[in-house]
Design a protein around this ligand. Structure first.
Ligand SMILES: [Zn+2]
Length: 197
């Protein structure tokens, strides 16, 4: 079984490649978009399965876990589609030499970081599913705090309680008021061991 780190590094590279090729290449947008979508589907599955075993469960993934992953992959396919639509103007500007390669690279890096944060949350959720019935406690992170994270601090429930409410630490777009974007919160088991990232 591969380590999560290598899946993550490979995914980041695939995103950079797909986006850079999009800005510089001559093929139809669909080819770059499909490349990134394929990389996403593979990376999500790989990260999730590694997380599941890192969390102490045995493959294959159970039904609830699989269902969550399929929904997450679907949502991300749409995000990627929107991303290429959003970048269209920038690509035109780049081709007209109104912006520089450095501008394009900065944008690509920003996108790459966003998408790999989502991959982190897929990994985190896979670990939570592996320990779905374990009692875990929400621990407040060292960031500006939102009301949801503040009210969750110290709360102890089964991991699946948090999953079903989409209270997933650091998950971009999660149900906490902070949306998880700057969240540094984590979940600890009763021995004080972090079960998330
Ligand atoms: Zn938080």
């Amino acid at each position: 079984m591969r380590e999560y780190k290598s899946t993550r590094a490979e995914y980041r590279q695939s995103i950079e490649d797909a986006l850079f090729d999009y800005f510089t290449g001559d093929s139809a947008v669909t080819s770059y978009r499909s490349a990134m979508q394929r990389a996403m589907s593979d990376a999500f599955l790989s990260a999730y399965e590694v997380a599941y075993t890192d969390g102490g469960a045995e493959l294959p993934l159970d039904e609830d876990a699989l269902e969550w992953l399929a929904a997450r992959q679907d949502a991300e396919l749409s995000h990627i589609k929107e991303l290429f639509a959003t970048l269209k103007d920038m690509r035109a500007q780049y081709r007209a030499k109104e912006i520089t390669t450095a501008d394009v690279k900065a944008e690509i890096e920003r996108r790459r970081d966003g998408y790999s944060a989502t991959l982190d949350s897929v990994y985190v959720t896979g670990k939570m599913f592996a320990q779905a019935n374990k009692m875990v406690t929400w621990q407040y992170g060292e960031t500006e705090h939102c009301d949801t994270c503040a009210s969750l601090n110290g709360k102890r429930h089964r991991a699946k309680w948090f999953i079903s409410r989409d209270y997933i630490p650091r998950k971009p777009g999660a149900a906490m008021d902070c949306g998880g974007y700057r969240c540094q919160c984590s979940l600890l088991d009763d021995k004080g061991k972090e079960i998330t990232l």
